[in-house]
Design a binder for this molecule. Sequence first.
Ligand SMILES: CC(C)(COP(=O)(O)OP(=O)(O)OC[C@H]1O[C@@H](n2cnc3c(N)ncnc32)[C@H](O)[C@@H]1OP(=O)(O)O)[C@@H](O)C(=O)NCCC(=O)NCCS
Length: 145
Amino acid sequence: MKIIKFDPRALDKITESFVDSFPEWSIENAKKYLMQSYLISPDFCFMAVDKDNEILGAIFSKLGTSKHGDLLIVESLQVIDRHRNNGVGKSLLKHTVNEARKNNIFSISMLSPEENIFPLSWYERIGFKKTDWIELSTTIDTIKI
Ligand SMILES: CC(C)(COP(=O)(O)OP(=O)(O)OC[C@H]1O[C@@H](n2cnc3c(N)ncnc32)[C@H](O)[C@@H]1OP(=O)(O)O)[C@@H](O)C(=O)NCCC(=O)NCCS
């Protein structure tokens, strides 16, 4: 397996896998979401391929800024179903962390569904910590101001 820069020609395959994992997303919105990270920070989006160049998974991150300095936000880590549990996700995340280190990025963050034990437990095991911020969201037409 090797980790290379994300190639937009792999977008359809990764989107399909993303929507399989998160069925409440439409293909169209998922593609837009992933492409937004890629367009903002193409240098921080990677994919894993095998020796025949078959796509195994991808990670999309975008650069941001926090009060402490540059921040890398992981928007999606996705491994194609049949290639899971073979170290692909770990390799993609490790590669991203190494690139962040090389670029003097201070911190790395991501959102994870709280109710799922995995991957939250895995992220915590490798050093990620829950923040004391919670996400708030609503639809525009229900705002009362
Ligand atoms: C989360 C995901 C990216 C992990 O990728 P993967 O290639 O299967 O994971 P790896 O084989 O690299 O395993 C990483 C670690 O998680 C553990 N793990 C993998 N699948 C697991 C599972 N279903 N339950 C518990 N632990 C699991 C592995 O044992 C490994 O542990 P280690 O670091 O102690 O060796 C993959 O399952 C996936 O694409 N899931 C659907 C999308 C998703 O949930 N993305 C994350 C959104 S925040």
